[in-house]
Design a protein around this ligand. Sequence first.
Ligand code: SAM
Ligand code: SF4
Length: 463
Amino acid sequence: MEFIDEKLIFDLIDDTSLHNKDYQREILEKSKNAKGLSLKESASLLSIESQDLLEELYHTAKEVKKTIYGNRLVLFAPLYITNLCVNNCMYCAFRKDNKELARKTLTLEEIKSETEHLVGQGHKRVLLVAGEHPKKSALEYVGHAVKTIYDVNINGNNIRRINVNTAPLSLDEFKTLKSFDIGTYQCFQETYHYKTYMKMHPEGPKRDYAWRLYAMDRALQAGIDDLGIGALFGLTDYRFEALAMLQHAFNLDTRFGVGPHTVSVPRLEPALNAPVADKPPYAVADKDFKKMVAVLRLAVPYTGIILSTRERPELRRELLEVGVSQISAGSRTSPGAYEESKEAMDEHQMEQFQLGDHRTLEEVVFDCTKLGYLPSFCTACYRSDRTGDRFMELAKTGNIGKICVPNALATFKEYVNDFANPETKAQAIEFIRDEMENEDENSRKRINKMIKRVDDGERDVFF
Ligand code: SAM
Ligand code: SF4
């Protein structure tokens, strides 16, 4: 655990010399080169309180996001395959002591049916989520689930990237997970603060802080090089979590030459019989949350920032402005939920936590284009071997956009042709036309060719 230096982090939080406005302005100026920030610089920006500097921070984060990601926004949905769990995390409705939760592990037939629902909405990317089960067969089940999801194909529409959020695995198990052909492996430390971690995880395999912290090292050693880290905000001081998460990211980058592909920023939401979730010990105010997202964008500019439907639409819109690059849409957080009606779900009480954004994928897409964001259903990178250091090289040099823009536009057009209602379609076509105007001659030609192939009925067009 030596790379999470709690004393250093608290010293930085307490160091009032870092609150100096001139110093903060200098950092903001420097961060415009999109090369990232040190821990000390990040701590300094996290201490900003005045409205004028906050506005400068937001503005800079927006500019940096534009430099690396343009206006693209990647969309996905979670797919929960089981809510059985042997752990007792104090904040989660899946905790084993929650006797009121209806437990369910989906059969492969049910996983197929859930996938058909997601594909039928237009999704191309899912995040597979599961509670922790220690049985040897648990990983095998994940393998069958992944294959079942990939096998669903409705007129050329299918899930083309499956990211996985499961409990940490051993080195050999990670090798097996890699063989399933997954996209990103995601695992959140929840809290990097050791004492808090021990309080929040009273029993079960998850109580082992170090096993979880070093999960990403094992995954990398096993050859999985797209990794997603995160912290569950509300368990301890958000500044501590943000800085510790950065220490984790810097450490992976220094030792393996690959920083995290994504960072996630889940905030605690109310959950059934989860005492800590209803009354977070360090609830993060919206204003602080936004500041933190902006600082993360400047600190690790090449890293995707994921925001889930835990947050309300109004706040999600604001956070897109300051750095978020991937969002879930149309989500449900219990196994079998896409097929069940809302009323049946409420009755069964199977969900992991409550959602803040209940809009459908279509509504989110409509909203995004209205706000000037290009919804991307692209899943090309990991299928074109652009993962790990190959991806980072492109992202860090700002060249990823040359590949992403055509792929985003082609996959968005595919979505529009197959799923959009007339109102969304009309807005999207105008949006795509405007986007093309911003491209140079060569790029425009290439995109036009790709879009023509899509319009002629070809699916999954990318390069
Ligand atoms: N069971 C595995 C684990 O804990 O790593 C993986 C899946 S777990 C269902 C996914 C994530 O949900 C957790 O890592 C945690 O950050 C988040 N989570 C749990 N309870 C939550 C709550 N009440 N509000 C928001 N997020 C929550
Ligand atoms: Fe289980 Fe994960 Fe929920 Fe903890 S967060 S109770 S490990 S599903």
